[in-house]
Design a protein around this ligand. Structure first.
Ligand SMILES: Cc1cc2nc3c(=O)[nH]c(=O)nc-3n(C[C@H](O)[C@H](O)[C@H](O)COP(=O)(O)O)c2cc1C
Length: 268
């Protein structure tokens, strides 16, 4: 099955879809010549396809293509659906500004840079107090909230004038960090204190911040007997994006536990 994304935000019909419309035209002509008495079925199918709303109604078009052109199975996702297929972890990033005002913002574009977790990257739009604070102070804390903190996460996601203390607004208690000045958040499962290592900016759009993890601590109440994280008890917050909002989720085990060693089978 082919999943195809349109290239530009403005394009609602991709080249493939156009090709399909043109090929419909020729298929119809051929069928008319070959089966003059049986083409009403095809006409019905083609008019059905035209009545299907354009770009975005992938499911409907997919069903139609599966039935009519059995060999063409293609789902064209409109731009606002592209981001819906990837589960994302939600974290709270705490920072301070030059004047010492405390700030918190939820971020879901967070990527650990391999193991062990020495470096971590976050993607930020440019108009974020969080980004300004990281640039000014060269440090930040990535706090991992549990699902119980959804309301606080949403409160911190709102726009406040620069300098407003978002710990106070969201009624979250600060915990002194070990290695950085920015405070950590008390009720979170884990906290990663980071210093700014590098910034990669796409001018006018976004910035990727790479942080060096200088201190990492986890609430030991959420550790299992073998000291692995008991994620079903901790319920670290994650999400899937939807058409008009976010579906908050938590990780659930599949019952599979596979040793790392399995990945190296076959290595010489
Ligand atoms: C669950 C969630 C995840 C978010 N992830 C990001 C993200 O990865 N990058 C980003 O720039 N904004 C993200 N945002 C939006 C910011 O959190 C929001 O704009 C916030 O007000 C920024 O605060 P600040 O200006 O104090 O930094 C997210 C919001 C929510 C609710």
């Amino acid at each position: 099955m082919l999943f195809q994304f349109t290239e530009s935000q403005d394009l609602s019909i991709s080249k493939t879809y156009l090709k399909l419309i043109i090929s419909q035209f020729y298929i119809r002509k051929v069928i008319k010549v070959m089966f003059p008495y049986h083409n009403s079925v095809m006409s019905k199918a083609i008019s059905l396809s035209r009545s299907v709303p354009c770009a975005g109604d992938c499911a409907l078009r997919d069903v139609w293509r599966r039935n009519i052109h059995r060999r063409v199975i293609c789902i064209i996702l409109s731009p606002n659906k592209r981001e819906q297929f990837l589960p994302m972890s939600v974290v709270l990033i705490s920072t301070v500004d030059k004047g010492g005002n405390r700030n918190i913002a939820p971020y879901a574009n967070v990527i650990p840079i391999l193991r062990p977790l020495d470096s971590v990257a976050i993607a930020s739009w440019l108009r974020r107090d969080t980004l300004d604070n990281i640039r000014d102070t060269k440090e930040f804390v990535i706090n991992v909230p549990s699902a119980d903190l959804v309301n606080e996460v949403m409160i911190c996601s709102r726009n406040y004038p620069t300098g407003v203390d978002e710990f106070a607004v969201a009624n979250l208690s600060a915990k002194a960090s070990q290695k950085v000045t920015a405070p950590s958040i008390e009720r979170c499962i884990a906290r990663m204190e980071c210093t700014l290592d590098r910034e990669v900016t796409e001018e006018g759009k976004y910035s990727i911040i790479i942080g060096k993890v200088v201190h990492l601590e986890v609430d030991d109440r959420y550790l299992a007997e073998n000291e692995d994280m008991d994620f079903e008890r901790a319920r670290p917050l994650s999400m899937m994006l939807g058409e008009t909002g976010m579906y908050y989720t938590v990780p659930a085990g599949t019952g599979d536990y596979r040793r790392y060693a399995e990945m190296f089978i076959g290595d010489n």
